[in-house]
Design a protein around this ligand. Sequence first.
Ligand code: LLP
Length: 452
Amino acid sequence: MMLFGTQRINESGRLEIGGCDTADLAREFGTPLYIMDEELMVENCRRYVRAYKRLYQEGETEIAFAGKAFLTMSMCIIAAREGLSLDVVSAGEINTALKAEYPMERIIFHGNNKSVEEIELALDVNVGRIVIDNLQEIDLLNRIAVGRSKSVDALLRLTPGIDPHTHKLIRTGQADTKFGLNIKDGSAMKGVKAALAAPAINLKGIHCHVGSQLLDTEAHEQAAEVMVAFMKEVLDETGYEVEQLNLGGGLGIRYTESQKPPSIEEFAERVIGVVRREIARLGLRLPRLIQEPGRSIVGEAGATLYTIGAIKEVPITEDPGRRTYVAVDGGMSDNPRPALYDAVYTAFVANKANQRADWLVTIAGKHCESDTLIKDTRIARADAGDLLAVLSTGAYNYSMASNYNRFPSLAAVLVRGGRAEVIVRRGTLDDLLANDVIPERLRSAATSGVGG
Ligand code: LLP
């Protein structure tokens, strides 16, 4: 059985996470529920920090948590405590960090279409670095910074032209992308020159992100090679020596037992190996090396707990002639990834975790469409009221959740050492109305009767 971090099956045959029995969690906090294993998140942060420190130059590595994977104020505090920088992409993410008193100088602000308001906010709260995506943004950022008599540290996002093996919607490093400045067509060099010439921009370095959920290091190694080669080109053509090299995120995790991503240490070894080799070969100075993992820090540390409800058997034309649908009390609103990316997941009956998983079922959500969470999986025989745990939901589930069909948002609890604490409270039915406005005209129609 695939289990992560502090997940274990206790003497009662129930899944326990962070020393908390999931049946107790369901009773206390309700379902569906996101459960985050603090120890595992912290361990992942530390493994990244340690591996990069050990394999690179002391003081010259930086791990930034990619907030898009899972950002709450508590998560900002954990990242801050572990010494991680924070990658944000919106005013909402900046504000989350700000309200959590996350140190603003450790923020790396990304985005391919930052608004004037977002750039103004970033400058006003003094975020550490802005990653510039395009030529237009160089002018915009410079203008806004000059207007505030400020200067801003910046990296340039580049497109290394690498096509990684992952779902087409989460590839970003290839040439045909909305992200970054293309190296091959000369845009990247143009960007470097423009940024160097911009009085309010301190160009610190370059950035790339090739894709997400990558199960090997090939794309990262190729990207590192291309990026270092570009550093040399920049030095030769402009005399500017790139100080910071940010290679983005992308390391994959295990959603099923058959997926075998490299460990954090193997990943670091491979990537750093290429950076060191190429830097030495081209006679450059080692830059500060930055990596921005999201999924590989929080993904396996999260599980979603559901209550099983309706169970239905239907005839189908293919083998074995029938399909058993097991419906849970959540679905695509708390996990849109199967619908978006054909993402696969592993689940088991959390309160019957020591029973044989020999019942072939399809796990369905409860939305008003065919929101299959897991197709054809084997779980223990279950009834309505049993609990289903879906693993590896810590990344891009909470952060991509919606209120489709007016489902209130889920609660998230942080578990550790037998304690469970709410870090996101469950949304209420009235929360869903918080932004609804009824124009007076309709209000009077409702009371006086419509039509006529
Ligand atoms: N840095 C940048 C600039 C990024 O664009 C991303 C992810 C990361 C870091 C973190 O990548 P990670 O280590 O998590 O792979 N919603 C999709 C994933 C989109 C990833 C976007 N960028 C999903 O659910 O699979």
